[in-house]
Design a protein around this ligand. Structure first.
Ligand code: PLP
Length: 421
């Protein structure tokens, strides 16, 4: 099994940890830029192509700004994500608003910002009426139901809460056309962390065919398709990175066959990848507190599932490197845990590692998507700092660690008897 590389050394982490105690996140700027560039390259055949970074993966302004520099748009699904994107200078159609169970004020905000609004349900047309939407855009999220299979994280489409079902998709566009829509887009998001490129390409084909079907019935012209996110990353060392070049080429061929050769106007293709862009760039760095032996051997870290909950939430695999021991044989087997009063507070179960000692520093890989972002404060744990490793090797703090004061801040308002904190 090949070792996954870590772009920083034990010495660098020790230097950082002198002033900033572990645990913390480190993001690798070079890797981040490389990922978005590869995706942009793969779809360079498509005029106007854009990946709308799904901001929920890593909502740090510094990360988002780097992606903006690389030409990414931003995909938001909540008020705070919209506010954050606005503050960073994302404008108009650089913002995709893909939301479900959406409150009116979020539609209102997204409309004010000129975002592309992706409607999750036919009933959302009423929401547009309620906010007196005068724009000429119509875009729906499509859910093919049992016309397609799903995958582990996102589930079977027929069980998914998202999107407009096949039997009302034409009606949805009809209603928007009647309402005066002139510009049309179509969105779907069926996969999550998918490593099989065929699944992605089949989704593209399905969407192109659907564009043809709706265009023919309603005599409308689509401007774009948004194929969503979901391109996977190799969390496990034996997995291969996705060949996005090939995905781009195969999408291009399908676009020619199902759109251009059918006499339809060429479409702009959009994606909404989050994980593929920021996932491999991020590491959770944590120090070993205790190594214990009960019925099994345990490595207890100073990080816990409140810093990275994917293993506990989905049983997700995150590779672990013991810094400075990269070359040592992995001939011990441990559960790697945090300190919460929850037995599923584990980063790894039965993981082969080199012999670990208290004080060792571990890098948990591929934590740059849905890592810090999914953090929470259970058991009074505090969220960690985030650092950006610049391309010249400098470390920049891009979010400080929470303190007890932050934790108590919501109690600390005038008139509250607890405002002593
Ligand atoms: C989460 C999400 C994405 C991004 O998914 P990744 O797996 O990070 O690529 C894109 N679109 C929508 C609507 C999402 O909810």
């Amino acid at each position: 099994m090949s070792e996954k590389r870590v772009p920083f050394s034990l010495e660098q982490v020790n230097a950082l940890a002198k002033n900033h105690p572990t645990p913390f996140y480190i993001y690798d700027e070079e890797n981040l830029r490389g990922n978005i560039r590869r995706l942009n390259d793969a779809f360079s055949w498509c005029e106007g192509f854009r990946n709308y970074f799904a901001v929920k993966a890593c909502p740090n302004p510094e990360i988002m700004s780097i992606l903006k520099e690389e030409g990414a748009g931003i995909d938001c699904s909540s008020m705070t994500e919209l506010i954050l994107s606005e503050a960073l200078g994302f404008k108009g159609e650089e913002i995709m608003f893909t939301s479900n169970d959406t409150p009116l004020e979020e539609f209102q905000k997204a409309v004010e910002m000129g975002a592309v609004i992706n409607l999750d349900d036919i009933s959302h047309i009423q929401s547009l009426d309620n906010i007196n939407y005068q724009g000429d855009f119509a875009c729906f999220r499509y859910n093919p139901g049992n016309l397609r299979g799903g995958n582990a994280i996102i589930g079977e489409p027929v069980e998914a809460k998202y999107g407009v079902p096949d039997h009302t998709i034409v009606e949805a566009y009809q209603l928007m056309k009647d309402r005066g829509a002139k510009r049309f887009g179509l969105h779907t998001m069926l996969i999550s962390n998918e490593l099989n490129e065929d699944y992605f390409v089949e989704t593209a084909e399905m969407i192109f065919e659907l564009v043809k079907r709706i265009s023919d019935v309603l005599n409308i012209q689509f401007e774009f398709v948004n194929l969503g996110g979901g391109i996977g990353i190799p969390y496990r060392p034996e997995e291969e990175a996705m060949d996005v070049k090939s995905i781009g080429e195969r999408t291009q061929a399908l676009h020619k066959q199902f759109i251009v050769d059918q006499g339809l106007k060429p479409l702009t293709v959009y994606l909404e990848c989050g994980r593929f862009i920021s996932g491999p760039s991020g590491y959770l760095v944590s120090k070993v507190r205790h190594v214990t032996e009960k019925y099994k051997k345990y490595v207890g870290l100073d990080a816990c599932m409140t810093n990275l909950m994917r293993p506990a939430l989905y049983g997700a695999y995150h590779h672990i490197t013991v810094l400075g021991k990269e070359q040592e044989a992995r001939n011990e087997t441990y559960d790697v845990t945090g300190s919460l009063c929850e037995n599923n507070d584990k980063f790894a179960i039965n993981r082969n590692l080199p012999k670990v000692r208290p004080g060792d520093i571990l890098a948990i890989h591929d934590a740059g998507a849905h890592g810090h972002a999914m953090g929470f404060n259970y058991n009074g744990t505090l969220r960690s700092a985030e650092f950006l490793m610049r391309t010249d090797g400098r470390f920049e703090m891009i979010r400080r660690a929470e303190t007890a004061r932050d934790y108590f801040a919501t109690l600390n308002f005038p008139g509250n008897k607890w405002s002593v904190f």
